[in-house]
Design a protein around this ligand. Structure first.
Ligand SMILES: C[S@@+](CC[C@H](N)C(=O)[O-])C[C@H]1O[C@@H](n2cnc3c(N)ncnc32)[C@H](O)[C@@H]1O
Length: 221
């Protein structure tokens, strides 16, 4: 069915705002499009999760929850916890994951990565794709991620390479963009011991047409 909300008509500033905190029907439409354009980088990130049965996973910025089933399928008995600053997205994902929430396999919370409402060392993996752009000082959020991870835990992050955003106005509206060196430095400062950054090149379909971009998959332990 055609998307009844024409989010393709948003100007760059309005689109950036919706990407950082999707709100209302237009926010839902924007994130529906992301589900397609971010499928490749999610698949690459999930390959780097390497989790064992019964692992506890936290995702920051899960959007409408489209990828949660894929996270759950990575191993038996995965416990998924997600945190989102968007009420609209928490609502969308709550509807989508109703049965897994009822069985306590999935827990979703409204909140921010800057102050994670979890104890120390409670997760085996933390996943955050396309979300670091919106953290005013990522060192704060990365320290929080390190705090909630077990010592044997791993963070898997995903972000577009800064040079791939040239000529794309939306990224000029408040996005934090970081190269490999900056990402590694911030993660080491946050307390991680080892950081690896892989780059994939992918062509994704945007409302404005195809976009070939370099994309970082970052693993920190
Ligand atoms: C661009 S969307 C990406 C959604 C999904 N991860 C993906 O890659 O398709 C960014 C999401 O992160 C959420 N977000 C932004 N800052 C956040 C924060 N500090 N803590 C939790 N969620 C955040 C937004 O509400 C939005 O749903």
């Amino acid at each position: 069915m055609a998307n009844p909300i024409d989010d393709a008509k948003l100007d760059a500033a309005a689109l950036a705002k919706q990407l950082g905190n999707p709100t209302g029907e237009i926010g839902k439409a924007v994130v529906d499009r992301l589900n397609n354009s971010n499928a490749t980088n999610y698949a690459a990130a999930l390959r780097r999760m390497q989790i064992e049965n019964g692992a506890r996973v936290l995702e920051i910025g899960f959007g409408n929850g489209h990828e949660i089933a894929n996270v759950l399928s990575l191993a038996d008995g995965v416990q998924y916890c997600g945190i989102e600053i968007s009420e609209t997205m928490v609502g969308e994902a709550t509807t989508r994951l109703a049965s897994d929430i009822a069985s306590s396999r999935v827990m979703l919370h409204l909140g921010s990565s800057a102050a994670l409402p979890y104890g120390d060392a409670v997760f085996d993996r933390v996943l955050a794709l396309n979300t670091i752009y919106f953290w005013p000082d990522p060192r704060v959020d990365l320290k929080e991620i390190r705090r909630v991870l077990r010592s044997s835990g791993r963070a898997v992050l995903g972000a577009v390479a800064p040079w791939s955003t040239e000529g794309r106005d939306v990224f000029r509206h408040g996005f934090g963009l970081y190269d490999e060196r900056q990402l590694s430095a911030m993660l080491m400062e946050a307390g991680f011991d080892t950081v690896s950054v892989d780059m994939i090149t992918e062509t994704v379909q945007m409302a404005s047409g195809p976009w070939t971009r370099d994309y970082f998959i970052i693993c920190a332990e």
